[in-house]
Design a binder for this molecule. Structure first.
Ligand code: AHM
Ligand code: MG
Length: 335
């Protein structure tokens, strides 16, 4: 007899023992996890599946879409539209919201996703992932609009990501800490491999794209300068640097061993608050990190408290080990 805990059992226990998630939300998470398995199969095929390269289209942010961006988006929509648990979906790859078609029953939940995060890494065989966030429709009125999505991140009902790397790993929170599931390829099932993940409060590792240094704001520059001075500087210790250029992979490392991740506002595009998107990148990651004892801010306020006004809104992101995020946030108020 195996004492392995499957995703299904974890969710059933969250529902039955902890009374935390209703059956519709359990179904939703299972369907997203199943879609991630299909995406993983496509990712693994690589050049053999003719899934690499660009799709000759642009998304709403003017970025050239990769074939896998488009495939992953379709997989998530097809898997989720018929179950009766959702009212609508929104994605990095679609301009407006996708309302569940009339031929299917409408549920109360809203699903947002970045179907394939870290697109620049697809063709070079480096870890990429899917990020998702679930909200509950606030109004009880029939129909759904973009306005229903405009909820701060602290109202998320579930959030997570799947990283397609050397292992395929699903990381999830429903507000009861963070659980990690590894895909057992022989069985085709998600197995709980870590529960109640904790991020150490202190760290000696930072993740930022250093090539943008000359464009940064003074508080970010001060923070990184001090890290770079190492033992001889004000921090009194040497720091290591990592930058994978897939947020999922960088956040996964931080959940595994601590660290701080930053994609701050910079002067390249001063009118934009940052590169990363609030609703389907920053919010789910911020909730996971907080649930693991870390912190997440935009340099000035808690990411989860930001009131969104647009679906594809961007945000400056600093997240990870609590004492480091607190420090760089403090630098923003001092300068
Ligand atoms: P994407 O959603 O188009 O893939 O872009 C988001 C990604 C993040 O995963 C990553 O942290 C960042 O962009 C990397 O940006 P850069 O190439 O500027 O270092
Ligand atoms: Mg992304």
């Amino acid at each position: 007899m195996s004492n392995k805990i499957s995703l299904t059992r974890y969710l059933v226990e969250q529902q039955r023992v902890h009374g935390r998630i209703p059956p519709e939300l359990r179904l939703l998470i299972e369907v997203v996890a199943r879609a991630c398995k299909r995406i993983a199969i496509n990712v693994n095929k690589g050049a053999l599946g003719e899934v690499l390269g660009t799709a000759d289209t642009e998304n709403v942010q003017g970025e050239v879409q990769k074939k896998l961006d488009v495939i992953a988006n379709e997989v998530l929509i097809e898997a989720n539209e018929w179950g009766g648990h959702l009212a609508a979906m929104a994605s990095e790859e679609m301009e407006g919201i996708y309302v569940v078609p009339n031929r299917f029953p409408q549920g109360e939940y809203l699903l947002m996703f970045d179907p394939l995060d870290g697109s620049s890494n697809i063709d070079v065989n480096v870890s990429i992932g899917t990020i998702f966030s679930v909200l509950k429709k606030s109004s009880t009125e029939a129909g759904v609009s973009e306005q229903d999505f405009m909820q701060p991140g602290h109202q998320q009902a579930a959030a997570g990501y799947c990283v397609y790397g050397p292992q395929t790993t699903l990381v999830l929170t429903v507000g009861d800490g963070v659980a990690m599931f590894t895909l057992d390829r022989e069985q085709g099932s998600w197995v709980l491999t870590q529960d109640q993940i904790r991020i150490p409060e202190d760290t000696k590792e930072f993740a930022i794209n250093m090539s943008n240094m000359r464009h940064w704001d003074a508080p970010v520059k001060r923070y990184i300068d001090e890290c770079l001075q190492g033992k001889e500087g004000p921090r009194g210790k040497d720091f290591n640097m990592r930058w994978i250029a897939s947020m999922v992979a960088d956040v996964h490392r931080i959940l595994s061993r601590g660290g701080v991740f930053m994609y701050p506002w910079d002067k390249r595009e001063p009118e934009k608050p940052g590169k990363l998107r609030l609703m389907y990148e920053a919010n789910p990651m911020a909730w996971l990190v907080e649930q693991a004892g870390g912190a997440a801010t935009d340099g000035r306020q808690r990411i989860l408290d930001i009131q969104p006004t647009k679906l594809h809104q961007r945000v400056s992101v600093m997240l990870g080990s609590k004492n480091e995020v607190d420090r760089v946030t403090r630098y923003h108020s001092e300068l």
